[in-house]
Design a protein around this ligand. Structure first.
Ligand SMILES: [Zn+2]
Length: 425
């Protein structure tokens, strides 16, 4: 049963900012300003004085400059006592020195008053940090060129996050302000191979990634078998049948307990959240999956309908193909991954627990009644916290409760255990 839930609590949203300027973003980026920005003309008319006279803010060149098809935003400026933000950048008037310093044309006040009445600055306090994720499997003849292009776009827009480019496609998770992130998506879509990318949006904090990392790799996701994966214009060749969250429920209704979930993620991810009755492999990294498959450890599933799932679906594109080529006869993959499922069913379907994510949030919950399915690796208490935990056992990430984490921090004050832990509870 689909349920309504508060997307502000959920890390992942059904709301798609590309389709709407109402609601959350509407207050930040009115359509008028968006249109002005998109055509690079930045004349804005707004009342300046209580008598209703208007000042026209004329073209600000740097805001209109195109960097790989994107407008560069500038810092919020308090100009002549007035600041306007439109979600893309700030529009400044009556401060020629600053405008010229920024390489812009002189802003011109053309109202009828020689000395417009000044009023105090009002700060642009509305921030809409967003994280967008997507992947595309498609042949990319020149991954290095794509890498340079993607870096330039993200750098110009002030985005941070991780992008992997390979000859097989691209995998992206980046965050920043809503406007720049949208522009990044639009710009990326301009490359024909990426035209049909399907972004997943979630609410960020504005400081979710330590840096921008854009790298080329042999594989989009590192299973360690680049030569075994074939990609054409339709994606990975021989991949498992995609199921939407609704189709997944239909399959389970139809086939019952015969359906088996296979967690395509690493062990620590599965420890804080998983599908009902899922088979988890204990993999420490994605590289472990091929040896596990080749060991025969999962061969007992070969006669059953197997649904693989991962965070956003990218790992299952490859994993399901590797399984099919190894004799698993009926392999499905959850399209859009746990993120898509959680956005539709929250914690009222077949999923339990928190979803691990690869940014500073560490995990996201889909409702206000998320079950604590993780167990602290130190004391066994129920928790869904995951921490950086480089201990004597060589673990890099571990499920650990807030109390044990604080104790470890007191014992080892120089060790950055919890630099990225999500809210304790
Ligand atoms: Zn503990």
């Amino acid at each position: 049963m689909p349920v309504e839930h508060d997307v502000r609590r959920s890390g992942v949203e059904k709301w798609n900012p590309e389709e709407s300027w109402g609601g959350e973003s509407g207050a930040v980026a009115p359509r008028r300003n968006r249109e002005l920005s998109s055509r690079g003309a930045l004349a804005i008319t707004r009342p300046m004085d209580q008598d209703g006279s208007e000042t026209v803010l004329s073209s600000v060149g740097s805001l209109a400059s195109e960097v790989v098809g994107t407008a560069v935003s500038v810092d919020t400026s308090s100009v002549g006592g007035n600041t306007i933000c439109d979600g893309f950048g700030s529009f400044a008037s009556e401060q020629p020195a600053r405008a010229e310093k920024a390489g812009t044309s002189r802003a011109t006040a053309v109202n009828s008053h020689a000395e417009p009445r000044r009023r105090g600055p009002y700060a642009c306090t509305v921030s809409t940090p967003k994280i967008v994720s997507f992947y595309v499997f498609a042949p990319l003849p020149d991954p290095e060129a794509i890498r340079l292009w993607q870096y330039a776009v993200c750098d110009a827009l002030g985005l941070r996050g991780r992008i992997i480019v390979s000859g097989h496609g691209i995998n992206v998770t980046v965050g920043g302000e809503l406007g720049p992130v949208k522009r990044y998506v639009t710009t990326t879509r301009s490359y024909p191979a990426f035209a049909k990318l399907t972004p997943t949006w979630s609410t960020g904090t504005g400081d979710d990634f330590p840096r921008l990392s854009v790298r080329t790799r042999a594989e989009v996701v590192t299973f360690g078998v680049p030569d075994e994966v074939t990609v054409d214009a339709d994606g990975v060749v021989g991949t498992g049948t995609r199921l939407s969250p609704r189709e997944l429920h239909e399959l389970v209704t139809e086939r019952g307990d015969d359906v088996v979930f296979l967690d395509g993620r690493n062990q620590v991810e599965a420890q804080i959240g998983h599908f009902a009755g899922a088979v988890t492999t204990g993999a420490a990294t994605t590289r472990d999956f091929v040896p596990i498959l080749d060991s025969g450890a999962l061969d007992h599933l070969k006669g059953r309908p197997v649904v693989t799932y991962c965070t956003g679906g990218v790992r299952c594109e490859v994993l399901s193909a590797l399984m099919r080529s190894r004799g698993f006869g009926e392999v499905y993959q959850l399209d859009g991954g746990i993120a898509a499922y959680g956005a539709e069913y929250g914690d009222d379907g077949l999923w339990s627990g928190s979803m691990y994510v690869f940014d500073k949030r560490m995990s996201v919950d889909f409702s206000d009644h998320t079950e604590l399915v993780g167990r602290c690796s130190e004391c066994g208490r129920a928790t869904n916290l995951v921490a950086n935990y480089p201990d004597e056992l060589g673990r890099e990430l571990a499920v650990i409760c807030d109390g044990c984490l604080k104790g470890l921090e007191r014992e080892h004050p120089d060790t950055p255990f919890a630099s990225a832990v999500s809210d304790p509870r």
